[in-house]
Design a binder for this molecule. Structure first.
Ligand code: GLN
Length: 196
């Protein structure tokens, strides 16, 4: 099979580090700015930055329907930090979660912590939180993968993976590898269905 085609939403925020990390894992990566860029992607990353700016950019570029079509086709989405907020029930409604913006407060604007995360092995991941949200509500079908200070900060709802921190910073690409494994799985399922 050809390499995975992963799009990174490149409207605002920290998309370049995601591109580098995914290229390092062997994906074919493209930047998504207009609806046609989102066609034929196996997976889509919505990066961190400023969720209001990203939401407004999605709206003004007319990207909402293309992102929803990707999601409804069962193709994975990875929302990080502001991108997690964009996936929540107050925005694009692709993960059954409600994010609380800037949840860690002014004293803890930015911090790093070694975080154990389900599904990436026993070794903790050095997680960089920057004016990070947390998940204040989630549905029963949402699997919490990591919590910090008693609040969920990484989770999976079907084919949508979200985290409150910046996994693209540093050199630990295990969460991106998990996302790529989800993406490989969904592509294989789609091929099997097409053959039957
Ligand atoms: N505080 C930002 C927001 O609410 C998120 C910060 C980030 O993505 N690092 O949109």
């Amino acid at each position: 099979m050809p390499e995975l085609q992963i799009g990174v939403l490149a409207i605002q925020g920290g998309f370049e580090a995601h591109v580098r990390m995914l290229v390092g894992l062997g994906a074919a990566v493209s930047e998504v700015r207009v609806p046609a860029d989102a066609d034929e992607l196996d997976g889509l990353v919505i990066p961190g930055g400023e969720s209001t700016a990203i939401s407004m950019g999605i709206e003004s570029a007319g990207l909402g329907p293309a992102i929803h079509a990707h999601h409804e086709a069962g193709r994975p989405i990875f929302g990080t930090c502001a991108g997690m907020i964009v996936c929540d029930d107050a925005h694009l409604e692709m993960a059954d979660i409600t994010a609380k913006r800037n949840a860690f407060g002014t004293q803890l604007q930015s911090f790093e912590v070694d975080l154990g995360i389900k599904g990436i092995g026993d070794e903790p991941l050095r997680a960089v939180f920057i004016r990070a949200p947390w998940i204040k509500r989630h549905g029963a079908n949402v699997e919490v993968l990591a919590s910090y200070g008693g609040h969920p900060v990484a989770a999976r709802d079907g084919n949508v993976l979200v985290c409150a921190f910046h996994p693209e910073l540093g050199d630990d690409s295990r969460l991106h590898a998990l996302f790529m494994a989800m993406t490989t799985g969904s592509r294989e399922r789609a091929h099997e269905e097409a053959e039957h």
